[in-house]
Design a protein around this ligand. Structure first.
Ligand SMILES: [Zn+2]
Length: 244
């Protein structure tokens, strides 16, 4: 009977069957218990991690947003009646381009080239006002205010208070149409050929309209252009450009 091979085979089978049964004891192993617990709680850990990270990211974003707001608020505080402050250009940076018109030396060539090119297209630009000292701006602002019987806030929509004019930097120029002088300093200047030509070509000469129709502080001034073709000029107008 001992030599019966079928009995041996059966015994072997039982042993094989016993092995998985013995393996079941692994659940009582303390390490396995820990793993099991971790598996059960893993969704909660994930949720906790997700919530903490999300709040952290959100705080960082809010922080930088507040910084931007703070900067914009600071710039607003520097304004007077909607105008940004501008200091006076040093006298040695000014050049006379016409008997009564001085401009910043950086923009002279570009301005004269622009007028020259316009005339080749049959458009005649006339320069009305360039650099204005803070003293002159003072006279303009207060005399016009009293002549027109306007409050300072009303006047400020069409003329900058002294110390707050782009003209004191030497980088601003008021331009008219030589064939339609009745539109000088008037909104109607926008209907002249000169204005249409400037709209199309001024950017090539680094000139930009300072107060367009979208400006929320100052009335539309189609005649008033500023030069942004040098590092000095860009620095001067950095705040203004940032706000738009
Ligand atoms: Zn102007």
């Amino acid at each position: 009977m001992q030599s019966d091979p079928s009995y041996l085979e059966q015994d072997e089978d039982i042993n094989q069957f016993d092995i998985p049964l013995a393996k079941r004891t692994y659940l009582s192993n303390p390490n396995s218990k820990l793993i099991k617990k971790l598996l059960i709680f893993s969704p909660f850990f994930f949720l906790l991690f997700f919530t903490v990270s999300w709040r952290l990211i959100r705080n960082i974003e809010l922080g930088s947003f507040n910084n931007i707001n703070f900067q914009a608020e600071k710039d607003q505080q520097n304004r007077i009646l909607g105008h940004l402050p501008y200091s006076e250009v040093p006298k040695n940076k000014l050049v006379l381009i016409e008997p009564n018109i001085e401009v910043h030396i950086d923009m002279r060539d570009s301005l004269l080239n622009m007028r020259e090119e316009a005339s080749r297209d049959g458009i005649y630009l006339v320069f009305l006002s360039g650099y204005r000292s803070i003293n002159l701006q003072n006279d303009i602002f207060y005399s016009l205010k009293s002549i027109r019987n306007q409050e300072a806030a009303e006047r400020a929509r069409v003329s900058a208070p002294p110390g707050y004019s782009e003209h004191s930097t030497g980088f601003a120029i008021d331009i008219g149409d030589a064939t339609q002088r009745e539109t000088d300093f008037e909104t109607e200047f926008e209907n002249t050929d000169a204005f249409r030509w400037l709209r199309k070509n001024a950017a090539r000469f680094h000139f930009k309209l300072s107060f367009d129709k979208n400006n929320k502080y100052i009335d539309y001034e189609p005649w008033h252009w500023r030069y942004e073709g040098s590092i000095d000029a860009l620095k001067v107008f950095e705040t203004s450009n940032k706000e738009i």
